[in-house]
Design a protein. Structure first.
Lengths: 227, 218
């Protein structure tokens, strides 16, 4: 019997290694897999390359991972926010590398990674600082830049419910990067509010089919609010 | 000279959004437009973080941390609204499916070049978000901004001195002084605030404008 459920976040991230590339879902804190990140901090893996839309908020979640100095490089679209002081200080001190990517190119590069493309031409960013040094092409009268896929060793994402085969559904705008990151990592680990019996998720409404998910970690709400 | 307040400017922009339009409102000033959309029109607001049919802010106490807008503020979903992932959200932008996006700006150039993501200052931490995708993707790109900087310099310029967000992408500029279309022939002023004549607008703007201001009919 296939059961992808892993009861403890600690066990779920036990094989994240030094130097790994780790995608972390979320837009701000919506969809950020807080308990998996806490377990990753506890695990102690360092020199990580992190892919996320932002660069941490406040002192928890991704910001805490940065503060613990486990991150060598971050690939993101919008690091600077009112509460990104942990990242801001590391960046100003030259202690973290930043690869800034327009948000849609970030999403498309992740999708390309998951879908097996070698590269793609995108109009976004053409003629800007963020296209410097990149190949360009005029296709049908429009200018494009060449962008390459992003793949990861691990993706840590947050969904609402999952089953033992790894099928996932999400909640509201916490969905954001979860479904696309799930496709682009060697090992996708999803924390969910509830693991439900096989067959209770409507097959017409499953957002992430289980083939993209290696581990499903139930995080009870009581546990979540205590964290 | 009267200047539009932020709310008046938001109201002016909202008047031009037609029934049935799919619209993305950028973070900051453009977010105010949502509060001024005419109630008798069905308009679809898209938010880059995976939301179509975005509604107003929730009543106090009804905020849901899983339901936010691009500025990470709590919002609601209208009946008939939908959630989707980031790949689909940016396909809506890049693929030309949005009718209008409204963006803030540091500068707009005479040819429609837009600068709104980075001052270029060496100590600034750059952040781009979805600005570049919106700038090149929406069918119509409207900028909403103050006409002048705090020190009185025009934000409408011959060439942007700040790093560009997109090339020749802006189609219309709404400021606290005027409404200006970006056309193949140049910048065309179509409206000014009461008490501001074309010549004075052009002087304040500092670059040549075309006068297409309709005579007052009231």
């Amino acid at each position: 019997m296939i059961d992808k459920t892993v009861v403890s976040p600690t066990a779920a991230v036990a094989d994240v290694f030094d130097g790994a590339t780790v995608m972390i879902g979320g837009f701000g804190t919506a969809g950020m897999p807080g308990e998996l990140i806490d377990a990753l901090i506890e695990r102690g893996a360092s020199d990580l390359t992190i892919v996320n839309n932002n660069a941490g908020n406040g002192e928890t979640g991704l910001a805490a991972l940065l503060k613990a100095r486990r991150v060598k490089k971050i690939i993101c679209s919008f690091p600077r926010q009112t509460d990104s002081h942990v990242f801001d200080a590391l960046y100003r001190a030259g202690e973290i590398e930043l690869e800034l990517v327009p948000q849609g190119n970030l999403a498309a590069r992740i999708q390309a990674g998951g879908a097996g493309f070698g590269a793609f031409f995108t109009p976004t960013g053409y003629g800007t600082l963020l296209a410097e040094g990149k190949e360009t092409r005029n296709i049908g009268g429009r200018n494009y830049i060449l962008e390459y896929p992003i793949r990861a060793d691990f993706a840590l994402i947050k969904a609402d419910r999952g089953d033992r085969w790894g099928n996932l559904v999400y909640r509201k705008t916490a969905r954001n990067f979860g479904p696309i990151m799930a496709t682009a990592a060697q090992c996708t680990i999803a924390q969910v509010r509830d693991v439900v019996p096989l067959g209770s998720l409507d097959p017409e409404a499953i957002v992430t089919p289980g083939i993209f998910v290696r581990r499903v970690v139930p995080i009870r709400v009581a546990q979540r609010s205590a964290a | 000279m009267n200047r539009l307040t932020r709310e008046q400017l938001a109201d002016r922009v909202a008047r031009d959004i037609p029934e049935g339009a799919y619209v993305n409102l950028g973070i900051g000033l453009p977010t105010l437009v949502a509060n001024h959309l005419p109630r008798d029109r069905e308009i679809f607001l898209q938010s880059e973080n995976g939301l179509l049919g975005m509604g107003p802010a929730p009543a106090p106490g009804h905020e849901d941390p899983d339901l936010i807008n691009a500025g990470k503020q709590p919002v609601t979903l209208l009946t008939g609204g939908a959630y989707f992932h980031h790949g689909d959200s940016f396909a809506m932008m890049r693929g030309g499916h949005l009718d209008i996006c409204v963006l803030g700006a540091f500068q707009v150039a005479a040819n429609g070049d837009l600068a709104n993501w980075h001052t270029g200052a060496s100590d600034a931490i750059p952040a781009v978000g979805g600005a570049m995708d919106l700038a090149i993707g929406a069918k119509r790109v409207w900028v909403m901004m103050d006409h002048l900087t705090r020190s009185g310099e025009s934000k409408i310029v011959a060439h942007c001195s700040y790093p560009l967000t997109g090339i020749a992408c802006v189609t219309r500029i709404y400021t606290d002084l005027a409404v200006i279309d970006v056309t193949p022939h140049g910048l065309q002023a179509i409206e000014t605030v009461p008490g501001l004549g074309f010549a004075e607008l052009e002087r304040l703007t500092g670059i040549p404008l075309i006068n297409a201001i309709a005579p007052v009919t009231e």
